[in-house]
Design a protein around this ligand. Sequence first.
Ligand code: HEC
Length: 107
Amino acid sequence: MRPSIARALAASALAALPPIATADPFPGADHAAGADMHTRQCVDCHARKYGGEDGSAIYLRPDRRVTTPSALSQQLTACTTMLKLDLFPEDEHHLAGYLNTRYYRFE
Ligand code: HEC
């Protein structure tokens, strides 16, 4: 079988599968938008205080505060409120989805 045909068959087999059920705690979050906001508004301060060039140390430290999806939402809102960022709830949702996928990995 030619490789291109094999690929096409494999792709259609995958497409025919039912979607895998995952319990994403932040469904539909726009991770690209979250990543963008995070880079612009969150990294500097976290990196200054907790290190990690990309500001990731704060999320990965052993005694991190966030241990559940709702704690993530709460802590995130605490930061945005403290900063008076006035984000829309959708934006916080995008940020939470991004941080969860990238660091916390709650299901
Ligand atoms: C002016 C500084 C500052 C900025 C800017 C900031 N934060 Fe924070 N953030 C903190 C501090 C300080 C903590 C640690 C709080 C603690 O441990 O008591 C924290 C903790 C967090 C945590 C919890 C980390 C853990 O321990 O698991 C999350 C999530 C978080 N911030 C999200 C955000 C997001 C999202 C933004 C950008 C919209 C942001 N923060 C911007 C200062 C900041």
